[in-house]
Design a protein around this ligand. Structure first.
Ligand code: TYM
Length: 341
């Protein structure tokens, strides 16, 4: 009998993304990025990192920084990042990130970096420490992505400008030396791409906000989540509908849609004739229910440091092997003498 020839499986597209382990992980991070990462793991070759090198652009207290990094690692596993399908490592464990970042710094213009809105915001927020790392942060981010020849980068809207710069850097390098880096596309979710502050809904939800009522952390207690949503700033119309100028309600509808999978029309129908009070409680309860299993799994994982170490070490080992090939390729093209070490 003649054997039928199976067509070779198509190469899975590569996804890269990262998150900073600075303080707590917020509902914005969860809905804008992490929930998406989890859903993409079967279809794509996923590579994820905790961007701890990025975190030191803002001064960190050493013990707290170490603790935040381990907690963020456990929390992302609890959210559903599965190291049997994806790589998930700590950025500083894979030295190629810092190496390629230096190289890319030399292909990134001062003017380009000066236009980054995150740099402008962060240098205003930390005026006493506007360090060079804060300024060149986007070339490290470009290195993270380009090292793995990523096709797609799932991020929230706030990172779109950095992604565009990454594409420009890759195209510039490829233009000089020939095809070296895959030029990546941003992958921005339909719902949850920009979760806004609960207190000032014109601003993105950010853990660095001094008003703790403005953001919800993935590890917040149910009673705190309920209280924060009850206090969320809305408008005086008292009608649950999505409209220009209703930033607070639009944001709550966005959160409810991202958590439940409902459309805005379904949400408007569900709350027709009901007030904001009922709606806020419903959003809070939906968020609490979606976070409940994540919190339980986190509590189990954070107690098992040996398991965490095993996961991040094995992923880092594989990430180093992949990324080293890209750095060597880029260095060869630039004209560095090959190291015999
Ligand atoms: P970070 O740690 O600030 O945020 C991690 C992810 O969460 C998304 N996000 C949000 N999405 C919706 N609404 C919000 N309010 C909200 N706040 C944060 C971010 O868009 C991001 O996707 N520089 C990056 C980390 C990074 C990275 C990378 C990302 C380093 N290297 C390479 C992608 C690829 C950062 O600080 O994200």
């Amino acid at each position: 009998m003649q054997a039928t020839q199976e067509p070779a499986p198509a190469r899975k597209k590569v996804i890269f993304s990262a998150i900073q382990p600075s303080g707590t992980i917020t509902l914005g991070n969860y809905l804008g990025a992490i929930k998406n990462w989890v859903a993409l793991q079967d279809e794509y070759r996923c590579i994820f990192a905790l961007a701890d090198l990025h975190t030191i652009t803002v001064r960190q207290e050493p013990a707290k920084f170490r603790q935040n990094t381990l907690q963020a690692y456990a929390l992302l596993l609890a959210c559903g990042i599965d190291v049997t399908k994806s790589l998930f490592f700590i950025q500083s464990h894979v030295h190629t990130h810092a190496e390629l970042a230096w190289i890319l710094n030399c292909y990134t213009q001062f003017g380009e970096l000066s236009r980054m809105t995150q740099f402008k915001d962060k240098s205003a927020a930390h005026a006493d420490n506007v360090n060079a790392g804060l300024f060149t942060y986007p070339s490290l981010m470009a290195a993270d992505i380009l090292l793995y020849q990523a096709d797609l980068v799932p991020v929230g809207l706030d990172q779109k400008q950095h992604l565009e710069l990454t594409r420009n850097i890759a195209e510039r390098f490829n233009g000089i030396y020939g095809a070296t880096f895959t030029v990546p596309d941003a992958y921005i979710p339909k719902t949850g791409a920009k979760i806004m502050s609960l207190q000032e809904p014109g601003k993105k939800m950010s853990k660095s906000d001094e008003n703790a009522n403005a953001w919800v952390a993935v590890l917040d207690k149910p009673e705190d989540i309920l209280r924060k949503f009850k206090r969320a700033v809305t408008d005086s119309e008292a009608k649950v509908r999505y409209a220009e100028g209703k930033d607070g309600i639009n944001n709550l509808m966005g959160i409810y849609a991202a958590v439940t999978g409902k459309t805005f029309e379904q949400i408007e129908a569900e709350f027709d004739g009901k007030g904001y009070g009922d709606f806020k409680v419903a959003v809070a309860e939906a968020v609490i229910e979606s976070l409940r299993p994540v919190q339980a799994e986190y509590n189990r994982l954070i107690a098992d440091k040996a398991y965490l170490e095993q996961c991040y070490t094995e992923s880092a080992r594989q990430a180093l092997a992949i990324s080293r090939r890209t750095v060597e390729k880029a260095m060869r093209k630039i004209g560095f003498v090959k190291s015999a070490l």
